[in-house]
Design a protein around this ligand. Structure first.
Ligand code: UD1
Ligand code: CA
Length: 467
């Protein structure tokens, strides 16, 4: 059969340039950290916006920064971003002017705000679809309490004629409930011309980007609006109270998504996901658990109250008992962890391992069906399968200068209160007697012990109190 190719001719799409405004100081945060670097769900607000912007595949992504200067650039550390410095914060229009020389004339410019972190990709796409028709497109929202926002002015036919800022608005204009979210898409060629005509003759003495709307109307360029999906996606953070409010709104959304997927949450208001949480079927999460980075929970995993789990993959049927801390680890199927277990980076636990209370494991592999149930430290170790490590066992992995490995082979039994001074190997099926300090390799299949013999001093008396 002859092979042939079918070319589907895509509609010509105007290149997209995105400008993120992030120069504001954020005075009301009362912090030395620039506002846009304050974390929402564990990630700087600006990073949320950049992630959304990148999903839209812009040909240019420009961030206008100012307050906190280098710290913003260093923290974000992304070479694909064009950074435009705004020395003095003279308004949103002035901020976009700083980006103008980086923009392509024949493009659409989408303006996003660094302090409006939850803007959705699909909402931006709806705005851009309108802007494709060569119209200035505003993202607006009807609010029950529009105080503080710019209001959308419409004529008697319902057509947009301008935006008035809260501080410049008349009493009557302040009654308008449709607000400017600040997010807009503009044909770049026209934007350039309008930016040059901005004046700072307003209540705040600033160059308002919003003034371009009236200019567009005067120039006969169509202006339209797209409605935001919810208030959280256009909520701007100006204070710690705002940040806390938005954090809760975001966590609520995540909890609802998890519930919709069938995850059992003891209380949807008491879970925090700071990153990505992937769950299998029939996962149950008790109250006050925190998940950071990328966490994957297999089928039937149970997580006990007050556990903190970060960058970890947990196998099917594993139960994490309360107050366990797990960081950068891989945990196999059908394991029992905690309560009060601390599993540190570089740990890999095979299936059916048991790690009990007050046990710390670091950078170690633990084999199938092995048990470390009480009060132990196992670091830089390779533990085989079917090993039992008694209470209070410690691997002495650090000589004050270097770290050394401990190897415990399959079937070994380590008695309680043993110190294993690394580098050291305990052979297959070896037994270590309780209370031993093991500094030499313990041979396979044998009993090794190192402790003083028990003696009894006959007739010894406790001292009595001196009269
Ligand atoms: C702006 C809009 C208002 C809208 C509101 C939505 C203007 C004039 N007003 O008001 O209509 O309802 O957002 O939240 O656009 N920024 C700079 N450089 C500056 C000034 C601001 O980068 O010189 C950045 C800020 O860091 C922030 C964003 O622009 O990310 C918005 O600035 P902000 O001062 O908060 O504007 P609003 O007064 O809230
Ligand atoms: Ca604002």
């Amino acid at each position: 059969m002859a092979a042939f190719f079918v070319y589907t001719y895509a509609m010509p799409v105007t290149p997209l340039n995105i400008v993120i405004l992030a120069a504001g100081k954020g005075t009301r945060m009362h912090s030395s950290l620039p506002k846009v670097l304050h974390p929402l769900a564990g990630t700087p607000m600006l990073t949320h916006v950049i992630t959304t912007a990148k999903a839209l595949k812009p040909s240019k992504l420009c961030v206008v920064y100012g307050f906190g200067g280098d710290l913003v650039v260093q923290t974000i550390a992304d070479d694909s971003i064009i950074w435009a410095m705004q020395q003095e914060q003279k308004g949103t229009g002035h901020a976009v002017q700083q980006a103008a020389l980086h923009l392509e004339q024949e493009s659409i410019t989408l303006v996003l705000f660094g302090d409006v972190p939850l803007i959705r990709v699909d909402t931006c796409e709806r705005v851009l679809n309108e802007a494709e028709k060569n119209v200035l497109t505003l993202l607006t929202l009807n609010m029950t309490d529009p105080t503080g926002y710019g209001r959308i002015l419409r004529n008697s036919n319902g057509a947009i004629v301008g935006i008035v800022e809260q501080k410049d608005a008349t009493e009557k204009q302040r009654q308008i409930s449709e607000v400017n979210t600040g997010i807009m898409a503009i044909p770049t060629r026209q934007l350039m011309a309008w930016l040059q005509r901005l004046k700072a003759d307003n209540a705040q003495g600033e160059y308002y980007l919003t003034d371009i709307v009236a200019m567009a109307v005067a120039d006969g360029v169509a202006v339209t609006s797209v409605a935001a999906v919810d208030s959280a996606e256009v909520f701007g953070v100006n204070s710690k109270k705002d940040l806390a409010t938005l954090e809760r709104a975001y966590q609520k959304q995540i909890a609802e998504q998890l519930l919709a997927q069938g995850v059992t949450l003891a209380d949807p208001a008491r879970i925090d996901v700071r990153g990505t949480l992937n769950c299998g079927q029939d996962v149950a999460i008790d109250v006050n658990c925190v998940f950071e980075g990328t966490v994957k929970l297999g089928n039937n995993v149970q997580v006990g109250t007050n556990s903190v789990i970060r960058n970890t993959c947990i196998g099917d049927d594993t139960k994490i008992a309360p107050f366990s801390h797990i960081d950068d680890a891989e945990i196999g199927q059908d394991c029992r962890i905690g309560p009060y277990a601390r599993i540190r980076p570089g740990t890999r636990l095979s299936a059916k391992t048991h790690i009990g209370n007050f046990v710390e494991i670091k950078n170690s592999d633990v084999g199938f069906n092995s048990k470390i149930n009480h009060l132990s430290y196992v670091g830089d170790s390779t533990v085989g399968k079917d090993v039992n490590i008694g209470a209070g066992t410690i691997t002495c992995n650090y000589d004050g200068v270097n770290k050394h490995r401990t190897i415990i082979e399959d079937g070994a039994f380590i008695g309680s209160d043993t110190q294993l001074v690394a580098p050291v190997t305990v052979g297959k099926d070896a037994t270590i007697a309780a209370g031993s300090t093991i500094t030499k390799n313990a041979p396979a299949g044998e009993l090794s012990l190192s402790r003083g013999k028990q003696v009894t001093i006959k007739g010894w008396k406790r001292p009595s109190k001196k009269g």
